[in-house]
Design a protein around this ligand. Structure first.
Ligand SMILES: [Zn+2]
Ligand SMILES: [Zn+2]
Length: 64
């Protein structure tokens, strides 16, 4: 996973050591977006959300 630093736009490198993620060599900003934290919606969550939306649409369709 390659990330650009959100602060200065520098190409970030994989941080080595105990902390996972990547680190910006310029401002030392640490990125964890690529690790799948709660800021990123997982595929399963996305699918269940879509299913829910479809169910709502279906139930409202029955009228017409
Ligand atoms: Zn940076
Ligand atoms: Zn990253």
């Amino acid at each position: 996973m390659r990330c650009g630093c959100p602060q200065c736009g520098t190409y970030m490198i994989q941080s080595e050591g105990s902390e996972l993620g990547c680190v910006c060599p310029d401002c030392l900003y640490r990125c964890k977006a690529c690790l799948g934290t709660n800021t990123v919606i997982s595929r399963e969550q996305m699918l269940s959300m879509k299913k829910m939306a479809n169910d709502i649409r279906d139930s409202s369709k029955k009228e017409g």
